[in-house]
Every structure is written in structure tokens, then in C-alpha cells.
Design a protein around this ligand. Sequence first.
Ligand SMILES: NC(=O)c1ccc[n+]([C@@H]2O[C@H](COP(=O)([O-])OP(=O)(O)OC[C@H]3O[C@@H](n4cnc5c(N)ncnc54)[C@H](O)[C@@H]3O)[C@@H](O)[C@H]2O)c1
Length: 349
Amino acid sequence: MSPLPSELAYVPFVSVENMMRLVHHLGIERVLTDLADRIEADFLRWELFDKTPRVASHSDVGVIELMPTSDGEMYGFKYVNGHPKNMKDGLQTVTAFGLLADVDTGYPKLLSEMTLLTALRTAATSAMAAKHLAPKAAKTMAMIGNGAQSEFQCIAFKAICGIDTVRLYDVDPSATDRCAANLAQRGLTVVACRSAEEALEGAQIITTCTADKQYATILTDNMVGSGVHINAIGGDCPGKTELHRDILLRSEIFVEYPPQTRVEGEIQQLDPDHAVTELWQVISGQVPGRTAARQITLFDSVGFAIEDFSALSYVLAAIEGTEFFANLDMIADPDDPRDLFGMLQRARD
Ligand SMILES: NC(=O)c1ccc[n+]([C@@H]2O[C@H](COP(=O)([O-])OP(=O)(O)OC[C@H]3O[C@@H](n4cnc5c(N)ncnc54)[C@H](O)[C@@H]3O)[C@@H](O)[C@H]2O)c1
């Protein structure tokens, strides 16, 4: 019989089922709020992280990406895809998993599902950015694109920014119906709309979260009045945007990591030296966020590796002392580190 793996061989693994149990155990609003706090805290130490644009492998129908970063103590990466055509085939547009490792030994410390965690961290990041940029009295959000991410966005904006009304629109009315039904009894007034224009009525925050592998125009210039905050989620790949260029020219633009956003975000439509502000600088008080009531603020979100690092760190701390993980025998760890072959040999005996 093979000898039992050593303690070091085991890596905590959070499956989709355990992620769901963890979220229900803590409560989704608390998870979103805690995640936003964790991401904000990591944005405050932005400068000490390793930063690189994500490594993308494009095909005609989608993209597969690796998103690495490290704070010098822990290293993390996420695998994530984006395939807008998947939904029509009954598959998720975005799926993901990720890993955290100890920089000192290189041994993994956590392997986790990240499809749910990406939706949670994206919503937490959006709401955290809006807390700094949106009009303070904002109560109504237009939610355009009512797919997998949409309920997470709505709940995060309620929990973190105090939104009390969401106005939903999707080209597919059944998506709006599902989103509205899922948001019932969550303390939000939910209004299903028949057009993007109708969804924008009275909204101080506009979230665009559609999926289409093209330069789309979800919002045209005339639809966007002064003083709003735009949270643009779906333009996150070369050749995949949601806003008309003229809106960008009227907006104060805030981004995660310019070298990545200039390739992937809405600002791929602008000159490469168009002025943008890095969100971490607003959070750290180095530069102001919104400076005038009539200003249009735009968070050109593409999703950056540090947000996933924060999310994985949060999960690692949250599962401690719980049953919401399984130990995976993932690292070959022979007693004599040079006797890897002997370990294999003994497993046959
Ligand atoms: N910025 C980030 O960090 C981040 C993170 C996750 C996902 N995303 C992006 O967010 C987008 C949404 O992801 P998802 O998982 O919810 O996708 P999804 O496929 O589940 O939903 C997209 C929805 O958009 C709708 N839609 C398409 N074109 C539209 C239009 N013109 N007007 C209104 N609605 C329209 C579709 O009918 C669908 O319901 C994707 O583009 C994804 O790549 C970004």
C-alpha cells in the first residue's frame, strides 16, 4: 500500500459547492462588502504588487487568459475565459479557477473555483469604485445586460453604495425576467424596462454588462446626461467595447492598470496617450475622484489580477476553521526531497 501523503502534500480546494455554502454561511451582502474592503486595502498597497497585463490567448469566438500577480509573500493567478457565444449553447460566458501560493516555498496554499468568485469580486470592485466616484446621493442604477454578472452587480451596489432601485434592460426580455425574479425580496425596487433609454431614466449610475465580441454601442452619446457615473464592465477585450467613443471624450476616465486597459477596455477607442486616472491613486487620496456635480465619471473596468489575488486571499482566510473546503493531494512531497522516483516506486510495492 502507498504511504499516506505528508501534510505538505495537501492543498485546500474550494469547489463550486463549497463556495456556495461559504457565501450562504456568511451572507452575500457581507461577502461583497468584505471583498470590497479587501480589494480596497490591496489597492492601497498597489505599488508593491508585481503587475503585468494578463496573458491572453484569442480565438475567433473568445479568449482564454492567465492573470498573475504577487505581493512578495503570496503569489496568485487566475485562469479565466470569455466566450460570448457560449450562453446560446447553454454554457457560461465566463468560467474561472485560481490558485494562491507561498512565495517562500512556491508551495500552493489554495486552489479555488473562481466562476462565482469572479462575479463576486467584479461586483465588489465596481461598487468600491463607485463609492469613490459616483454622485453621493445616487439611489438608482440602470443595469444594462442582465446575464450572469447582473444580480451580483445590483446586490453589491445596494450593499456598498446604498442603491435602492435598479432599472433592468437586456435585448433578451427573458434575461431581464430572470434577473428581476432573482432580485425579489432583496430590499431593491426592481423595474424591468423595454429599452436602454427607458432603463436610464432617473439613473445616477449606469452599469453596462453585456457580452458581444464586437465594437458594440450599448450607450450612444445622446443617452448619457451630465453628472452620472458609468460602470462599464463588458468592454474587456480587444475589439469588444460597449460605449460610443463620444461618451469617452466627455468623461473623466478611471482605470485599473493602464497597460492592460488601453488594450482591452473602452479606451482602446482613444489615442494611446489619452489622459486616464488610475483608481488606486483616487483610493489612496493622491488624486481626486469626482470633482464636479456635472462631471461624467467612467470606470472602464476590465478586471485586474490584484482583484483576484484579494478575492483568493479573502477565501483562504474565510475557510479557516470551517468545513467549506476539501484537502487535495496535490503536491508530491517525498520524505527525502531528492527521492521522487523512490516515492513512485514504493507506491507500486
Ligand atoms: N470587467 C470585469 O472585470 C469583468 C468580469 C466578468 C465579466 N466581464 C464581462 O461582463 C460581460 C457580461 O458577462 P456575463 O457573464 O454576465 O455574460 P452573459 O453572457 O451571461 O450576459 C450578457 C447579457 O448581455 C445581453 N446583451 C447582449 N447584447 C446586448 C445589448 N446590445 N443590449 C442589452 N443587453 C445585451 C445578453 O442578452 C446577455 O443576457 C461580458 O462581456 C464579460 O466578458 C467583465
